[in-house]
Write a protein that binds this ligand. Structure first.
Ligand SMILES: Nc1ncnc2c1ncn2[C@@H]1O[C@H](COP(=O)(O)OP(=O)(O)OP(=O)(O)O)[C@@H](O)[C@H]1O
Ligand SMILES: O=C(O)c1ccc[n+]([C@@H]2O[C@H](COP(=O)([O-])O)[C@@H](O)[C@H]2O)c1
Length: 224
């Protein structure tokens, strides 16, 4: 029994060390914004909200988490390698890293990703980033309350989604934990639950439109 426990602890330690080695470099104490997405394909809207998030939420870095596939979407995205390649072309910034961390972790659920990142790098502060459209549906995500209760969340305006976001289950449930837009630079240092909606200038672009215009071959499979 004691031997089994030691083995499990060893395996956990090994996994933590190997995942840590795969993460972008970050100095202890840094604030990392995490922008998860299908990025199918990445576009200027993603790059724009990333630059805005760095500034508005006082972040040291943003890591893009290119998802193995959104668990709520019926159709699988284009192959991961293709989406990663496009994401790296679209987002070139010294403080932004494009990653496939969720594949290494072995999950497509945000709560699991955040739990793992906090365990692997307890010396960093993570802020979850998302567009207003995702605030409107985040209550359908696995363990969504855990996410709100454990990680500060920065929400960026998106054309057409402001009203739905403001009236959403998540916004109403966590109304008490909302920072005003002018307090956005305090978000990363706030104890969760804490979230902030910022009214950035909006870019009316989406991956759906790009796919519909034939600017990106549709992928049938969620895996490579
Ligand atoms: N133009 C935009 N303005 C604000 N947020 C955006 C914009 N485009 C994407 N986002 C946000 O970026 C994250 C990743 O988005 P995603 O990869 O799903 O792109 P998308 O354009 O929404 O794709 P799709 O049209 O396939 O749903 C999400 O949090 C989404 O809300
Ligand atoms: O954890 C979940 O249940 C969950 C459900 C839907 C979406 N997400 C995450 O939300 C992020 C945005 O997804 P998408 O497809 O809108 O770009 C991406 O990181 C997904 O993994 C997560």
């Amino acid at each position: 029994m004691a031997q089994d426990k030691t083995r499990t602890e060893d395996e956990t330690g090994l996994r933590v060390r190997s995942l840590r080695a795969l993460l972008p470099r970050a100095a202890p104490g840094q604030v990392i914004g995490l922008l998860g997405g299908s990025f199918d394909p990445a576009h200027e809207g993603h790059a724009h909200i990333t630059r805005e998030a760095l500034r508005r939420f006082d972040l040291d870095q943003v890591w893009w988490l290119v998802s193995p596939g959104n668990p709520l979407k019926q159709t699988g995205p284009a192959p991961l390698s293709k989406r990663m390649q496009r994401a790296r072309q679209v987002m070139q910034h010294p403080r932004v890293a494009v990653t496939d961390i969720e594949c290494a972790i072995g999950t497509r659920y945000t709560a699991q990703t955040l739990q793992t990142l906090q365990a692997v790098r307890p010396d960093l502060r993570f802020v979850w980033l998302m567009g207003a459209d995702n605030l409107a549906q985040v209550d359908q995500w696995q363990d969504w309350r855990w996410i709100f209760d454990h990680v500060p969340i920065g929400v960026l305006a998106r054309p057409g989604d402001r009203a739905a976001a403001r009236g959403s289950v998540a916004a109403k449930t966590y109304q008490f934990a909302r920072l005003r837009g002018r307090e956005s630079r305090l978000l990363a240092q706030s104890v969760a639950p804490a979230w902030c909606f910022v009214n950035v200038a909006m870019k009316d672009v989406s991956s759906t439109e790009i796919r519909a215009a034939g600017g990106w071959a549709n992928g049938a499979s969620a895996t490579d």
